[in-house]
Design a protein around this ligand. Structure first.
Ligand SMILES: *Cc1c(COP(=O)(O)O)cnc(C)c1O
Length: 397
């Protein structure tokens, strides 16, 4: 019996364990010194002015929506090809997500597609309700933030960057390659950006997230709202606005600090694993590799391949079943947001509304991906995929 290859696995060392234990030896389990330290070091890492730690990426997105004043009746353009939280954060405030279909090559909503949708909405009565753009850096690959920011400025729209899958990703890396002093990190282009630290992400705090922004006002609002609407210097039972308990404990922050110190190493290991897959799967017919542009730095979150157009959803599901049977963890990233049952019910979406998103979603396969993946693991995945695909007659299943 061969060992099971997990889809994801956190990279935790003795350093992380020691840092967490240190906190447990103090009385400051929450709102202690690790919180500002984690925020300051994270802000410095991504190159943002302010960082506000929260207890999940979803909480971070929610606070950004509120801090930007988005409210019932407002509309925000975003992608249906994402994890459900990137649109749910709008629903929390009864803001309507307006989906725009993705581009086939990159899996992104292009700046042009956002612009076209915005122009179309502006010509209708709904144009006035449109308040923001919420782009997502899918799978750790940075999307075209310079282009999207230009659109946002032209139309005076707020921008929340969902960088939950893209800590460390960069745009505008010098062509020479290698270390990138000139790159600008994903999450730092919009009014605010949000990162997430669930255990399957590049770095983890167990559960956790981080908001980054260049605006003092937005940072202060988010800090207050994550802590029950309290203000700095105010009393513990003084609540100046509606707030939540979205705090990240010092135990989590200590884990985050240790992970942050190792983040470049972690991202480097993931890059190496992605290269192994690129090489191995280059020889497997019917497999389309993840998209990539030389000018940008991907921070690999998952390694998602796609089956060629001649395959159908049922073929893909056979591949997933075959991989699982061989002890290889895999998943179908993503399942389109507009087709989730409650989105269908609330907004009346049906199949065919966003054909490119649906076409891609029906053919994706996320393969085992983590920092310790070996060439032998990748070889096993590649050979298994090859054997499964040989047994499938496209479209006939
Ligand atoms: C992981 C993720 C989130 C949410 O993060 P949590 O910490 O799990 O709440 C949001 N958006 C995207 C695209 C994600 O992948």
């Amino acid at each position: 019996m061969t060992e099971t290859l997990p889809l994801a696995r956190p990279d935790i060392t003795d350093r992380e364990r020691e840092r967490v234990l240190e906190v447990l030896r103090t009385p400051d389990l929450s709102l202690g010194p690790r919180l500002p330290e984690f925020e300051e070091k994270f802000a410095a890492y991504v190159g943002a002015k302010y960082a506000v730690a929260v207890n999940s990426g979803t909480s971070g997105l929610h606070l950004c929506v509120r801090a930007l004043g988005l409210a019932e009746g407002d509309e925000v353009v975003t992608t249906p090809f994402s994890f459900v939280a990137s649109a749910n954060c709008l629903l929390f405030e009864r803001v309507r997500p307006v989906f725009v279909d993705i581009e086939e090559r990159t899996y992104d909503v292009t700046a042009q597609a956002f612009e076209d949708k915005i122009l179309a909405l502006r010509r209708t009565r709904r144009g006035k309700k449109l308040k923001g753009i919420l782009p997502v850096h899918v799978f750790g690959r940075p999307c075209d933030m310079p282009g999207i920011m230009a659109v946002a400025r032209r139309h005076r729209l707020a921008v929340i960057e969902d960088a939950c899958e893209a800590v460390g990703a960069e745009i505008g890396v010098p062509a020479a390659g290698g270390r990138s002093a000139a790159g600008k990190k994903s999450g730092t282009f919009g009014d605010c950006g949000v990162f997430a630290f669930y255990p399957n992400k590049q770095m983890t705090t167990g559960e956790g997230g981080m908001i980054v922004t260049g605006s003092r006002k937005l940072a202060d609002l988010c800090r207050s709202m994550r802590n029950q609407g309290r203000e700095p210097g105010g009393g513990w039972l003084q609540h100046v606005r509606l707030g939540y308990n979205y705090r990240l404990s010092d135990i989590n922050c200590a884990l985050g600090l240790a992970q942050l110190e190792r983040l470049e190493e972690i991202i480097g290991n993931r890059e190496r694993a992605a290269r192994l897959y690129d090489e191995k799967l280059g020889e497997v017919p019917g497999i389309i590799a993840p998209p990539f542009e030389p000018g940008n730095k991907i921070s690999w979150f998952v390694y998602v391949v796609r089956l060629a157009d001649r395959f159908r959803r049922r073929d893909r599901d056979l591949v997933l079943a075959g991989l699982r049977q061989a002890g290889i963890g895999c998943s179908n990233y993503f399942s389109p947001i507009h087709l989730q049952p409650f989105y269908r019910r609330q907004f009346g979406y049906t199949k065919g509304d966003f054909p490119v998103t649906e076409k891609i979603s029906e053919r994706t396969i996320a393969l085992p991906f983590h920092n310790h993946l070996t060439a032998a693991d990748v070889d096993r995945v590649g050979e298994t995929l090859k054997a499964i695909l040989r047994g499938i007659r496209p479209g006939a299943s």
